[in-house]
Design a protein around this ligand. Structure first.
Ligand code: FE
Ligand code: FE
Ligand code: ZN
Length: 288
């Protein structure tokens, strides 16, 4: 089954999200666990969760890729920012257990001048603190574009974080995986236009392909290696538009690739709802 969806507003709760996703033709989706800019999280209502599960079963939605708030920086330098990251991450992982066995995706963070090694060390330490042995969620580190002092701009940096967790507690590192963002990896310098399989071989060598659990499928406003992180609609940017050296064939290769095709694909393109519905339809038609 091809799983394709997009980022969905969490307004109105879980059942409302499932219905919104279905209306767009999606059978998977992403959502923010709390206000992406601030910190508040609405309490989860058991009755909402119950009807949500029934609706998902009916609609064939079996993968959720929750997204941590942007303000969550696991390697912050300031004490209050670090404390928010610890609190929000930990609380989110408790909340995720209401929807067992799903994915929680986060940005590894920005080291804000502390240096990459310190950043990686802090991220691993935070994960060791918030992950717990009987959790059912898989926590996904997102591949980053490498703007500013972002950590996670290379597969090596992601592998170092995972190894840092494993060094202290191998059991907890089993809870970790990766979400590959097509805009971000291209911006980071990985040439998925001309050599997707080579990039995935490298991922396998450095991180291990078994860790790859989800794809954010976005076009990019900038060329490979630009380190910008500006998402574009499918077919309008450097990956999907022939004008910039890419093309629909690139998108087709991504959704059809043997190592990716079974994963949930999530759109985070600059779209209104109708645009998402059209891109979902387009990508469905492209998968071979
Ligand atoms: Fe993200
Ligand atoms: Fe993303
Ligand atoms: Zn992005």
């Amino acid at each position: 089954m091809f799983r394709i969806g997009c980022h969905i507003s969490s307004a109105g709760g879980y059942l409302a999200m499932a219905k919104r996703a279905e209306a767009l033709g999606a059978n998977t989706f992403a959502f923010f666990t709390r206000n992406p800019r601030g910190g508040s999280a609405k309490p989860i209502e058991e009755t909402d969760i119950a009807v949500f599960h029934a609706e998902c079963a009916r609609a064939g939605i079996d993968r959720l890729v929750a997204h941590a708030p942007y303000t969550l920086n696991p390697c912050a330098a300031k004490a209050n920012v670090a404390e928010f990251a610890r609190m929000a991450f930990s609380d989110d992982l408790q909340r995720m257990e209401h929807t067992p066995g799903q994915f929680y995706n986060f940005h590894p963070g920005s080291h804000v001048g502390q240096g990459i090694d310190a950043g990686i060390e802090k991220i691993a330490a935070l994960l060791n603190e918030v992950l717990f042995p009987d959790m059912t969620t898989t926590v996904l580190l997102e591949t980053m574009a490498g703007k500013g002092t972002e950590v996670g701009r290379s597969f090596e940096e992601l592998a170092c974080i995972i190894e840092g967790v494993a060094a202290k507690c191998p059991e907890l590192s089993d809870k970790l995986g990766v979400c590959l963002d097509t805009c971000h990896v291209s911006d980071a310098g990985y040439d998925i236009i001309h050599d997707l399989d080579g990039v995935l071989d490298e991922f396998d060598r450095v991180v291990g392909i078994d860790r790859l659990h989800a794809v954010h499928i976005n076009d990019s406003k900038n060329p490979c290696g630009a380190h910008k992180d500006r998402h574009e609609c499918i077919g309008k940017g450097y990956l999907g538009s022939e004008e910039f050296g890419g093309g629909m064939q690139v998108m087709q290769n991504i959704v059809s690739n043997g190592r990716l095709r079974a994963l949930p694909f999530i759109l985070e393109t600059p779209n209104e709802l109708a645009g998402y519905a059209a891109e979902i339809k387009l990508l469905r038609s492209l998968q071979q």
